[in-house]
Design a protein around this ligand. Structure first.
Ligand code: NDP
Length: 457
């Protein structure tokens, strides 16, 4: 059968663009269908604008610190100017992404796609039906909004980037990446910020020292945390949003943001009718090679619910193209993914948490807590935390957890060593770089404490 294309990609985000570009480079005839903006969540309303806003928000800390080094700073902040500057930068990136696709010959179609069969999609506005030997679903995920009365008065990260003005106060529901990152952004920009989270401390699943350290950092920055409750209703009797909490208490906030997780974008795509199996969370179920239950349909990125991270989607997209269009079957290893939380203080992590590692065998735990040098001239008491978890037998490094300035950059590089199976002896052999915070990782002597037979001793 003759197809219109070798590959139709649905969604021009991180995973879809990489797959489309690579497949086109290998000579495939590629169409990429996108209903919104080229670049996807990461470029348009995720990682990139988020990091720009993180930079913007960190100046307030820096201005405070500057005084301890003799500076006198008279600062003011202009939100619309930041939003406009952000928009200019993401538009530049959007154009670069489109050009990356078009240069090797991929065609970008601006429309919404509906899967109509194992080899066909329909363009919803245009009405045309297109066929391809392979379909790649790369539609990403969207913010989940709890089903409560008045939910429409809340915003999500999608809207937070482009608010016409900064609210006087904000309540953020959730305790994950988005909640803590946006809490520190808003607080850094001068907004009175509160987190409400159903758990007992932010960042469930992270190492306990990172969670407690971040919680203390949020406290230092004046960010209130209301734990073990949730939002049950919103109303808008006047300008403010009136929030009702699980215990019946009500309070007004300038804005309310849901950071309650993200759901795969599979609804209304026609996947199930085409025979594609979805998992319980509604994500496309795929094998190691990103192939769905329909052999001609693949899926990469957040829509598969594997790891909702841009570099993972990019790698999955690339390996899909290698496997299908370059006769080079490659499966992504999801086991050792470095990750960072760009809150204040920042967190960088690779490998197992202490709790996880302790269930795998005997381990040694090395922890350094200290006031970072940049703070020593000020009255700031915040501590940086570096934690190394090693196997007792052989010393292989199982996990590294860092909280403090530069944590993300450090973890990216430590990740190389950990991925290579580095041991404590390898770390010890490395000469320290002084003065730095990272040198603590290579100067640990005796373990701070150990686990034997699953028990801390
Ligand atoms: P997360 O899954 O990280 O956090 C969701 C939070 O919402 C959790 O604290 C969860 O609670 C809570 N929650 C979920 N459902 C409800 C509910 N019905 N009512 C109340 N609270 C609820 O999602 P995020 O949206 O923060 O981020 C999505 C993903 O995007 C991340 O997992 C990450 O992979 C990625 N991301 C990565 C970033 C980075 O690399 N720096 C930045 C931003 C996002 P509980 O813990 O109890 O389940």
């Amino acid at each position: 059968m003759a197809f219109d294309y070798d590959l139709i990609v649905i969604g021009a985000g991180s995973g879809g663009v990489r797959a489309g570009r690579m497949a086109a480079t290998y000579g495939a005839r590629v169409a990429v269908i996108e209903e919104f903006r080229v670049g996807g969540t990461c470029v348009i309303r995720g990682c990139v604008p988020k990091k720009l806003y993180v930079y913007a928000s960190r100046f307030s800390d820096q201005f405070d610190l500057a005084e301890s080094f003799g500076w006198q700073v008279d600062a003011s902040f202009d939100w619309p100017r930041l939003v406009a500057a952000k928009e200019k930068e993401i538009s530049r990136l959007e154009a670069a992404y489109a050009s990356n696709l078009e240069k090797p010959g991929a065609e970008i179609i601006r429309d919404r796609a509906l899967v109509t069969g194992s080899n066909s999609v329909k363009l919803v506005s245009d009405g045309r039906e297109l066929t391809a030997k392979y379909l790649l679903v790369a539609t990403g995920a969207r913010p989940f909004i709890p089903d409560i009365p008045g939910a429409e008065y809340g915003i999500t990260s999608n809207e937070a980037f482009d608010l016409p003005e900064l609210p006087r106060s904000i309540l953020i529901e959730g305790g994950g990446y988005v909640a803590v990152e946006f809490a520190t952004i808003f607080a850094g920009l001068g907004v009175d910020t509160t987190i409400v989270y159903r758990g007992d401390c932010v960042l469930r699943g992270f190492d306990e020292d990172m969670r407690r350290g971040l919680d203390a950092g949020l406290e230092d920055r004046g960010i209130r945390r209301i734990y073990q409750t949730n939002v049950t209703a919103l109303a808008r009797p006047a300008d403010d949003v009136l929030v009702t909490f699980g215990d019946g208490v009500t309070a007004p906030f300038g804005a309310v943001m849901f950071a309650t997780g993200r759901r795969p974008n599979t609804e209304g795509l026609g996947l199930e009718a085409a025979g594609v199996r979805l998992d319980e969370a509604g994500a496309v179920a795929v094998d190691r090679f990103s192939q769905s239950s329909v052999p001609s349909i693949y899926a990469v990125g957040d829509v598969t619910g594997r790891a909702q991270l841009t570099p993972v989607a990019i790698r999955e997209g690339w390996y899909f193209a290698e496997t299908v269009f370059n006769d080079n079957a490659l499966a992504v290893d999801h086991s050792l993914i470095p990750t960072a939380v760009f809150a204040e203080p920042e967190i960088g992590v690779i490998g197992l948490t202490e709790t996880e590692a302790a269930t795998h065998g005997d381990i040694d735990v090395y922890v350094a807590r200290f006031r970072p040098m940049q703070n020593t001239l000020s009255t700031r008491t915040e501590r940086m935390i570096l934690k190394l978890i090693t196997e007792q037998d052989g010393g292989r490094v199982l996990g590294v957890h860092i909280l403090g300035a530069g944590a993300a950059e450090m973890i990216q590089l430590v990740g190389i060593a950990v991925g290579m199976g580095a041991t404590k002896a390898d770390f010890d052999r490395t000469i320290a770089l002084h003065p730095s915070a990272a040198e603590e990782l290579v100067t640990f002597k005796a373990p701070t404490y150990v686990y034997r037979d699953g028990r801390r001793v």
